[in-house]
Structure formats: C-alpha cells, structure tokens
Write a protein that binds this ligand. Structure first.
Ligand code: ADP
Ligand code: MG
Length: 253
C-alpha cells in the first residue's frame, strides 16, 4: 500500500538523478549522470547509438537498476527495494519504440488493463477514463479494434493513451517514432507536442531534432554513458560547445 506521505504533492523536482552509475557486468554504461528535471519540463535526450540513452531512461522507472548514485521521481527514491520500484512506476508512464501493446486485447482493453488491475478501478470508470485519453490522442473510433488492425502511428498513439490512463506525473519516451514509416512520424510527434503543451513532464529520447527545437526546454547530449552537454534548443543547435556534440550534430543535421 502506498503511504500517505507518498501522495502528498512534492514541491521538489519531478526527476532528480545524482551521480548515477550503471554497469552491465564489466561494461560501464552510465558514468556519473546528474540530471534534474523540473515539473512540466520537457527534456530531449540525444546521442549516438550505444551511448546509454535507453539505459538512462529505463533506470528512471526501475526497468534497470543503477549501482551507484541516487534517482528520485517526484520525491520517491529508487532504492532497489521492490516497493520503491512499484511506487515510482505508479508515477511514470513509458512509451517504447515498439509499441508493446497486447495483441490479443482491443485498444480499449489495452488502456483499461492497468487501471483495473493495478489501480483497482471499476471497469466502467476505467473505460470512461480510457475513452477520454483515446479522444485526446484523436483515435476514439479505434477503441474496439485490435492492435494488428492499426497502423504503426495509431498503435503508438494507443501506447501513449495507455500510459496516460495511469495518470503519470512523468512520461518517458524511448525513440517513439524510430520504428514508424515516415508518413506516420508526424502524427505521433504532434500527439507528444500536445501532451507537452498540456504541462506534462517529459523525458524523450529522440533524434527528431525538429521536435527537440520546438518542444524541448533543454536538450541533453550523451556519449559513452556521460552527459556531455545540456542546453536550451537554440543554443544546443546553433552553438554547441563540445566538439563531440558538434560532430554528432554535423552527422545528423
Ligand atoms: P542507446 O539507447 O543510447 O543506444 P543503450 O542504453 O541501449 O544505448 O546501451 C548502452 C550500452 O549498454 C551499449 O553498449 C549496450 O550494448 C549496453 N547494453 C544495453 N542493454 C544491455 C543489457 N541488457 N545487457 C548488457 N549490455 C547492455
Ligand atoms: Mg536506445
């Protein structure tokens, strides 16, 4: 059961990482990562493949354990104790590259599963909530379909609605448009931009630099497990300071 103190609105940052280190065996994949994300702030994380972006955001919701340093989400520390992981996961919604929808459940059932089974919400209330979010991502008409009947862009919008149904304080995105056909990228980015305008706290790993420019408050560049540079988008793109950031941007822009 969640304690009273955990329900009290926190005045501190939405997410705080301090001195975070992680190894996979002997492989040191996160090196002294410090990152503080304010409530309603939008962070875009970019960097070369293998630089630790996915590992970083997976650590934020306890999908991966870190070995040193501290991670707090809305004031709740991830200590490695299962209860702390459960408490943090209730605050965090995650959207992956490969939508990870349940193929045997309808869109509506995908969205109501966690509210019913984790939040113990009644079915009718959960369905009303889910329809509200499906409406918000502009696919209420698809509620009765199965994931296999949808386009990739539609499936990803279901994944976003499903995450929102748990009323997360923070949304994590790990390359949500990388697996999509080009013509579907925009509808998902538009959905994310709308969520951002609504005041959601967001950490997005993406190489969509147009999205970063428009939506991010700060862009974080990672390389070899470290945060190399953090800056507001205009400064990040127009005058990157670190040579490695400059090299990365010259390859992708
Ligand atoms: P990115 O998302 O930036 O491409 P990742 O966080 O996926 O990078 O990976 C960072 C490093 O950690 C890579 O060298 C990758 O091979 C390694 N890695 C990621 N996941 C695992 C795992 N489950 N076991 C072992 N090594 C992993
Ligand atoms: Mg990745």
């Amino acid at each position: 059961m969640r304690g009273e103190a955990l329900d009290t609105p926190q005045t501190g940052p939405a997410v705080a990482l301090s001195g975070v280190n992680k190894w996979f065996g002997a492989h040191h994949v996160l090196r002294d990562v410090d990152l503080t994300v304010a409530k309603a702030e939008k962070i875009v994380i970019c960097g070369p493949s293998g630089s630790g972006k996915s590992t970083l955001i997976r650590c934020v919701n306890g999908l991966e354990a870190h070995q040193a340093g501290t991670i707090q989400v809305d004031g709740i520390a991830l200590t490695g104790v299962p209860a702390s992981v459960d408490a943090v996961r209730r605050e965090v919604g995650m959207v992956f590259q490969h939508f990870n929808l349940f193929a045997h459940l309808t869109v509506l059932e995908n969205c109501t599963l966690a509210p019913i089974h984790v939040k113990r919400m009644g079915r009718a209330a959960a369905e009303e909530l889910a329809m509200g979010y499906l409406d918000r991502v502009r696919i209420p008409q698809l509620a009765g379909k199965f994931p296999g009947q949808l386009s990739g862009g539609q499936q990803q919008r279901v994944a976003i609605a499903r995450a929102l149904c748990m009323s997360p304080k923070v949304m994590l995105f790990d390359e949500p448009t990388s697996a999509l056909d080009p013509e579907m990228v925009k509808e998902v980015l538009d959905t994310m931009a709308e969520l951002a305008r609504g005041g959601m706290t967001m950490l997005c790993v993406t190489h969509e630099m147009g999205f970063a420019r428009e939506v991010a408050d700060r862009v974080v560049f990672m390389d070899e497990g470290q945060i190399i540079e953090t800056a507001p988008p205009a400064a990040f793109f127009d005058s990157p300071r670190h040579p490695r950031t400059q090299a990365f941007l010259s390859q992708i822009l």
